[in-house]
Design a binder for this molecule. Structure first.
Ligand SMILES: Cc1ncc(C[n+]2csc(CCOP(=O)(O)OP(=O)(O)O)c2C)c(N)n1
Ligand SMILES: [Mg+2]
Length: 671
């Protein structure tokens, strides 16, 4: 590349973009690790975006009506950190840039949501950001329909690399965006032809532009180093009716000896390379030294949106007080006060009528009362609406003709659904929940892990949660999934035993502001085990005594979900034999673990043998079985040791020994 010609053609732009490039070189060199090439290649595109298009105010990073900027190619984190520092985000100080990738700094290796303002989502696992961006744009469209353009009227911009576009989740995401005609979504593809192993052509010959077009996108191109051309493409993309993709032709590690090679992808730390590159940029100041005039120019960009924001504040002030309060509540993630009373009323009715229903059906019963009082819920399913029971009356379908619709047909796209829900939750003002079969949490896992890592409250409605689904067989029967989900930090895994616990689980889940939840729900009908109405939400405590020992306590049975009824039946057998047996329902181990020790001990006292029963693998149970010190109780587990089988559910339970008699026999062995 002839950098002199580039600089001469647009000298002011060139110098501004060089700030990003040199901060990247310096920070990566200081950390002795990181990714230099992507920020060096995309600096021009990002500069034009921030300077001319992105609606933002660096002094108000949480302004609800800002445009969202998603760096899907998260390895290029220094691009984002440079932009945030240069435009004047208060927390992104030069000191933070100097401490790139160091413990305690907000400039982690990849952008981590919650660390610094201006980081809209955690990226790094390639493909997540672009799929999040689709969710952001869906949330914007939904909220714009509900609140009007006066309140919600913004764009979602996303920078994605070759890697993001190769990941399968990108296809799920872009197909969804195309179907929904998300015209406020603009993806800028860093078309540099390079990944870690070498040229993209080593492993791919996809015509990306044709792929996007085939899914209903409007496709544009630009020379990613020509600011006028970038600006032209962005203007066109904003004017298009559908989601827009701009193929930005760029050179990775622009201007360095590693340009256009995979070496340029990673950390460029060689001192000569760095000084030669800076010289080629015409850069004369030392490391981390941004000339004052350039910093001023960038800070002016950072305040570009201030007037827009003030105008927005003024518009919000014209809303009725009730509307202002409700908008603020929805954005904050606070639940309406009515939720608690609504759940109590539902519980009372269930306890009185004691229906035998599948917990997936019970979840629908809960949603039937929740959705009308929480207008920000956006439900959906990955093509299993009738099985997941996720759609309630009067939600309407979210589609281009009806943006007010609150139900999303995600299609058979579990990963895309989960990542889109992350985007919606991060956007704020919406409460997404979505369903699939529990077994396919595997397909959604990449995004579910990020829900937990970021601390966003997404609800995963995972039905058909065990061999209890029966004839569909082992491909569809989760056995290891509860253990996997429970092993995930900051994830609540609810496995309710009946319709009462299901209602309680929904209340507990929705009240989480920084923790996602999985509701593991049965396909098969389950009896109501909570016959006596209690106003307290017992599920919120994670575990509680469901049935007390009739005589001196010799055994404690623990169970979740569909196996709670089995534990109760085992208790009947044992009590008839004179064995005092307590049954503890443990619908959420994580919440139980978070209770104080006295409570945990009260529920699981020493001195009795313990048997746990769950139609899954044993992992995750030992803490409760053996006691918190690992040797407090004689214990056994009744559950699955391998994959399931295809047969009617009752036969499977008998075949795998998950029966009341099986549980009672274990207790007898231990006594
Ligand atoms: C899901 C996932 N797989 C693998 C990686 C490791 N990885 C990080 S960057 C990268 C190559 C990405 O290529 P591209 O998006 O073209 O970035 P560029 O080299 O152009 O900066 C890979 C494989 C990752 N971060 N996420
Ligand atoms: Mg690339």
């Amino acid at each position: 590349m002839d950098l002199t010609a580039l600089a001469a053609a647009h000298p002011d732009h060139w110098r501004r973009a060089a700030c990003i490039r040199t901060l990247t070189l310096d920070a990566v060199a200081a950390a002795n690790s990181g990714h230099s090439g992507m920020p060096m290649g995309m600096a021009d595109v990002a500069t034009v975006l921030f300077e001319k298009h992105l609606k933002f105010d660096a002094s108000a990073p949480h302004w609800p009506d800002r445009d969202r900027f998603i760096l899907s190619a998260g390895h290029g984190s220094m691009l984002l950190y440079s932009l945030l520092h240069l435009t004047g985000y208060a927390d992104m100080t030069l000191e933070q840039i100097r401490n790139f990738r160091q413990l305690g700094a907000i400039t982690a290796g990849h952008p981590e949501y919650g660390h610094a303002t201006g980081i809209e989502t955690t990226t790094g696992p390639l493909g997540q950001g672009i799929a999040n961006a689709v969710g952001f744009a869906m949330a914007e469209a939904s909220l714009r329909a509900r609140w009007g353009k006066k309140v919600v009227d913004h764009h979602t911009y996303c920078i994605a690399g070759d890697g993001c576009l190769m990941e399968g989740v990108s296809q799920e995401a872009l197909a969804l965006a195309g179907r929904h005609e998300l015209s406020r979504l603009i993806v800028m593809w860093d078309d540099n032809g390079i990944t870690i192993d070498g040229k993209v052509s080593l492993s791919d010959r996809t015509d990306q532009k044709a792929r996007f077009a085939a899914s209903g996108w409007d496709v544009f191109e630009c020379d990613g180093h020509n600011p006028a051309d970038i600006d032209r493409a962005l203007i066109a993309a904003k004017a298009s009716d559908g989601p827009a993709m701009i193929a930005c032709k760029t050179h990775i590690a622009l201007g360095s000896s590693a340009q256009d090679t995979s070496k340029g992808h990673g950390a460029l730390t060689d001192a000569t390379l760095i000084s030669d590159t800076k010289a080629a940029y015409g850069w004369t100041t030392g490391p981390f030294d941004i000339p004052a005039d350039l910093k001023e120019e960038w800070e002016a960009i950072g305040t570009r949106g201030a007037a827009d924001r003030a105008a927005w504040d003024a518009r919000i002030a014209t809303l009725s007080t009730a509307k202002q309060v409700d908008f603020a509540r929805a954005v904050s993630g606070e639940m309406p006060k009515k939720l608690s009373a609504t759940i109590k009323a539902l519980k009372k009715q269930i306890s009185e009528t004691a229906p035998k229903v599948a917990t997936r059906k019970a979840s629908e019963m809960a949603l039937e009362v929740i959705n009308p009082i929480i207008p920000e819920t956006l439900g959906g399913s990955a093509d299993l609406t009738g099985s997941n029971n996720t759609k309630t009356a009067d939600m309407g379908t979210f589609e281009p003709e009806n943006r007010k619709g609150r139900y999303i047909y995600y299609g058979i796209r579990e990963h895309g659904m989960a990542a889109a829900m992350n985007g919606m939750a991060l956007h704020g003002g919406t409460r997404p929940y979505g369903g699939t079969f529990m077994c396919f949490t595997d397909y959604a896992r990449g995004a579910m892990r990020l829900s937990a890592l970021m601390g966003v409250s997404v609800q995963y409605v995972m039905t058909h949660d065990s061999i209890g689904l029966g004839e569909d067989g082992p491909t569809h029967q989760p056995v290891e999934h509860l253990a996997m989900l429970r092993a995930t930090p900051n994830m609540l895994v609810f496995r309710p035993a009946d319709a009462v616990e299901t209602a309680e689980a929904w209340e507990a889940a929705l009240n989480q502001k920084a923790t996602p939840s999985v509701l593991a729900l049965s396909r098969q009908g389950l009896p109501t085990v909570r016959r006596e109405h209690k106003t307290a939400n017992l599920t919120w405590r994670g575990g509680y005594v469901l049935a007390e020992a009739g005589s001196k306590r010799q055994a404690i049975l623990m169970a979740t979900g569909s196996e709670v009824a089995i534990a109760l039946a085992a208790r009947d057998i044992l009590e008839a034999e004179g064995v005092g047996t307590r049954v503890v329902s443990l619908p959420c181990m994580e919440l139980f673990a978070s209770q104080d020790e006295a409570y945990r001990k009260r529920i699981l006292p020493g001195g009795a043998v313990r048997v746990a029963v769950e139609a899954g693998v044993r992992q995750s149970w030992d803490r409760w079985l053996l006691g918190e010190r690992g040797r407090e109780a004689k214990a056994a587990f009744v559950g699955m040791e391998g994959f399931g089988a295809s047969a009617p559910a009752d036969e499977l339970y008998a075949h795998f020994g998950i029966t009341a008699e099986g549980v009672a026999a274990k207790v007898r062995e231990l006594l």
